[in-house]
Every structure is written in C-alpha cells, then in structure tokens.
Design a protein around this ligand. Structure first.
Ligand code: HEM
Length: 348
C-alpha cells in the first residue's frame, strides 16, 4: 500500500485510502495494535481482514523549491504586515493571518481524515462563507497578491505559512513549518459546522478538540493565540480585544484571564461576554479555561512561564497545521528567519 501511494506523482493526491489489517490484531473495543481508533471509524469485516476507509493526504513539495524560496514568500508576507500596520486601528494583518491559518486547519476531522489545511480549500466560497469565518476575506485578500508573486505555492502552504510568519513577526515562538500541501478540488470542501462556537462551555470545547486528538494541555496552549487581535461586532457579534497590545504574541492572555475582575454582560449585539474594566474581553469559550479545573492547571502554568507557553504553543500549532497530512523526508521542516534577524545579520 505504502509503495503504491509513493508511486503516485500527480499534483492532486487526494485519495481514498484503504487501511487493511489482519483481524486478530484488533480487539472488540476498537484498539488496533495499541492505536485507539475513534468511535466513528467505520470498520468492515472481510473474512480475516479488517478494512476501513479514510482519506489520505500525501504531501508533495513544490517542485524545485527549497528553503530559500519559501523564505522569500515569508519575507513578502512579513514585509507586507509591516507596510500595512495601520489596518484595523493599528492591529495590523498579523492576527487575521493567524486566524486564517487556524480556520483553514480547523475543518479537520479524525473520523475520516477529511478537511484540514492540506487542500487549501478556504479559497472556495463554500468554505470561506461559513458565518464563523466572517472577516477573514481580509486575510485572503491580503495574501492574493503574494500568491500572484509566487504562483507555484499551494494555497494550503500559503495559508499556513501566513500564520507562521505572523506569529514569528509578532514576537511569538519560532514555528518549524514544512511544505507539501496540494490544492484539491471544490468537492473536498467539508460542509459548514466544523468550526468552534464562542458561546461554548468547557465540556463543548473539550469535545470539539477531540476531533484533532488534542489533550487539555494542547487545547489551552492553542487558545493562548487569543492574545492577538480582537473580536469585532460586525464579524462575530463579540466586541473588543483580549489585551491592550493586540499585535504582540505573549502569555498575557493567561495572566489577564486570572488577574482581572471579569463581569459577564451583554454586548451591543446582545451576546454575553466577559468584560474587564481596562477595556479587554473574553469569549465564554475563553473563560471556560478558567472555570474548568483541568484547564485551569495549564492556564496557571502558562501565566507564570512564558517560555513554557511558547514551547507548548509551538508544538501544538505544528500539529494543527499538519493534521491529516502524510509527509515524508522530501518535505523537511524549515525554521525561517524573521525580518529583524535578517537585518541584524546585514548590520542594520
Ligand atoms: C474554542 C475555540 C475558539 C473560538 C470559539 C474562537 C472564536 C473566535 C472569535 C469569535 C473571534 C472574533 C472574530 C471577529 O469578530 O473578527 C476570534 C478571533 C481570533 N481567533 Fe479565535 N477562536 C477559537 C480558537 C482559536 C485558535 C485555536 C486560534 C489560533 C491558534 C485563534 C486565533 C484567533 C485570532 C488570532 C483572532 C483575532 C482575529 C482578528 O483580530 O481579526 N482562535 N476567535
């Protein structure tokens, strides 16, 4: 099977794969060679062989391109973030790019390995018009001229690289990133309903992130990205930023969550949110991390230790943007230099 998959070299490698295993290796509760399969994983029994169907997303690096080519794309995005820093009342485009990389990955579902960042399907209106993605057309519009400049890059690679660039340029951790996503057709766009709702409590949040197989610690680390940017009444019906600095990546989402005196109140759109006196806010799904004792353990850890947060965020973000993709050694992970690091080297 693996040889068969590797021998396929067409650019569009969106396949229905068949996983086969001899039945005696699987127990009745879905454990298979120690690997726990999700309850919705469909098994069909054929004699002594178990078969299930899952979508296989084979990574294939853009032909002839190496680290330097992708660093050029990084630089074009980073420079444009700098040039357009007045956007959204001085927040700039960085947070929007992070949110785009998240939403283009958040459609993943482990039950059949569908969705995720692989096919770059956020470029289709069917996906981009999910009401929960309102406002993200600013991010795709921002990236469109970058794509024209580097038309060899796949949309999945561009969207995820946009998030990586923004996190690094806004003083967050270095995020190792690898190329190889391949544009897929409109038929691979999942139906709406795969993005999280801001009014959820901890139980819903935990259940939601199970489709990525993320642990409580990973969920808390990932949502720490809400230090960047803000909520907009015109997009989500929520109002305000999570911090007074909307474009510096830090652990302050967690310290704000713990130290502020939060009031649960109705905003101008009639939605309930948590507000603090200094003009910052939390979504109910953010506040759930403080209310749930298991999540709270990690909120406290990250509030006290930014290095730990950066390390854990980096690890889970890499998992997020690679979920569902089969990479091999032809797609190495790259760590890009920030614009500042490149200028320091030149002695500027
Ligand atoms: C339970 C999970 C989550 C929920 C319910 C949620 C919900 C939201 C909502 C309602 C907004 C405001 C959108 C607007 O009004 O413009 C927002 C913004 C944002 N989200 Fe999330 N989010 C979640 C997880 C994440 C994750 C995991 C990331 C990144 C790893 C992320 C990154 C962002 C960023 C950077 C913004 C600011 C965008 C801007 O400034 O325009 N979110 N989110």
């Amino acid at each position: 099977m693996a040889t068969f998959l590797r021998s396929l070299n067409k650019r569009s490698a969106y396949l229905i794969g068949t996983v086969t295993a001899v039945s005696h290796t699987a127990s009745a509760n879905g454990n298979f060679n120690g690997y726990k399969l999700g309850e919705n994983f469909r098994f069909k029994k054929f004699g002594s062989v178990l078969m299930s169907t899952a979508i296989v997303h084979l990574a294939r690096k853009e032909e002839g391109k190496d680290y330097n080519d992708f660093q050029k794309v990084y630089n074009a995005i980073a420079q444009k973030i700098r040039d357009k820093k007045d956007y959204d009342d001085g927040t700039g485009y960085g947070p929007k790019l992070v949110r785009l990389s998240w939403h283009s990955s958040a459609t993943y579902d482990k039950k059949d390995n569908s969705g995720g960042s692989y096919g770059g399907t956020f470029r289709y209106p069917k996906e981009a018009t999910d009401p929960l993605s309102k406002g993200l057309s600013d991010a795709t519009d921002f990236l469109a001229p970058i794509y024209d400049q580097f038309p060899w890059i796949s949309h999945g690679d561009l969207y995820t690289l946009g998030g990586v660039t923004a996190i690094q340029e806004l003083h967050g951790p270095k995020i190792p990133w690898r190329p190889g996503r391949v544009d897929t057709g409109e038929e691979s766009v999942p139906d709406h309903g795969r993005l999280p709702e801001p009014f959820w409590n901890a139980d819903y949040v935990r259940k939601y992130y199970d489709k990525f197989n993320f642990t409580d610690q990973e969920v808390v680390a990932l949502i720490g990205a809400h230090i960047l940017g803000k909520t907009h009444l015109k997009n989500s019906g929520y109002d305000g930023p999570w911090d007074d600095d909307t474009n510096i990546f830090s652990n302050e989402f967690f310290s704000n969550l713990l130290k502020e005196d939060w009031k649960y109140e109705k905003n101008a759109a009639g939605n309930m949110q948590y507000d603090a006196k200094k003009g910052i806010m939390m979504l109910p799904s953010d506040y759930a991390l403080r209310q749930d004792p298991k999540y709270l353990v990690y909120v406290k850890k990250y509030a006290n230790d930014q290095d730990l947060f950066f390390e854990d965020f980096k690890n889970v973000y890499v998992k997020l943007i690679e979920r569902g993709i089969t990479f091999d050694e032809s797609c190495p992970r790259y760590v890009f230099k920030t614009i500042d690091e490149q200028q320091d080297k030149k002695g500027n």
